[in-house]
Design a protein around this ligand. Sequence first.
Ligand SMILES: Cc1ncc(COP(=O)(O)O)c(C=O)c1O
Length: 361
Amino acid sequence: MSRYWSKVVQGLTPYVPGEQPKLPNLVKLNTNESPYGPSKRVLDALRAEVGDTLRLYPDPGSDKLRAAIAKRHGLKSENVFVGNGSDEVLAHVFMALLKHEDHDRPLLFPDITYSFYLVYCGLYGIAYEPVPLNSKFEIDVGDYIKPNGGIIFPNPNAPTGQLVPLPDIERLLQANTESVVVIDEAYVDFGGVSCVSLIQKYPQLLVTHTLSKSRALAGLRVGYATGHPELIEGLNRVKDSFNSYPLDRFAQAGAAAAMEDEAYFAAMCQKVIASKQSLVADMQALGFDVLPSAANFIFARFPGRDGADIAAKLRERSIIVRHFRNPPRISPFMRITVGTDEQCAGLVEALREIVYTNKNK
Ligand SMILES: Cc1ncc(COP(=O)(O)O)c(C=O)c1O
């Protein structure tokens, strides 16, 4: 604590990202990155950006990238906003669309969800109300049909991986017309159905995406939002009051190439989905409860065992997964990113040792 800090900073509880270990040879299954590298077309596009033009600022509107995203989703560029990772896009969404000074209706989001939402509420002073997941750890959209200042949840949800079906999202949109509904589709490509198709019909719907997971570009930091041009304009107003050039030349070129390489994208998603199916079957055979996952990670617990303890024992075997102590309801679980088949096989062997023997090493 410093006496020079502003009051807002004194009150912040910042987000703690999953560990990015400096140690070599760790099997890293803790932050839901892709186990495969990006498309070759992305690498070529990045190399082509190395040159004298780096002395010039990048395109502030990221026009080429927004056009590629729009084309991929059958939209117009005016429906697309891009930012430095979807975290930055979300930050602008909270400021532009979810913060209200004229009423005190709270923002609604699940009690178990992406914990950055809570951090943005703290940063911007937004009133919120956590809505409990049901007994099966699912989002029930009926619980969100009440007065609110906005609604946000990931679909599939994180860290549970469970999906809200498209008709339920539409039911929510029909009932909730007076505030913005943000669906965070960071993981939708691994088994969900995107609701981008609904944005033409519902001007209050904003859908966010990231290139960090299914496009294997966590290192490039690119995310985007799609929605009605008026919502996008609200986001641009915040962006241009914050940083006019959030995406550098590499990010714009690499991300555009990734959006254009549909074949590589589809093949990588299929590979991860197939590995997930085998991993779930293997873990269930060991006796783990695994929640149904439409994401590139699974949320699993072993009856009678503490998630933190199993995660610590995996770490001793050079495998890192994510464990959340809070809320206590999820502390038996571990969130495990789907790796390559080889990584998944190593994980299953390690888990077998941990749950069926008392050996520590
Ligand atoms: C639900 C959800 N939304 C958004 C993000 C942010 O992704 P990025 O900032 O890498 O685009 C993450 C990252 O893990 C996430 O889990």
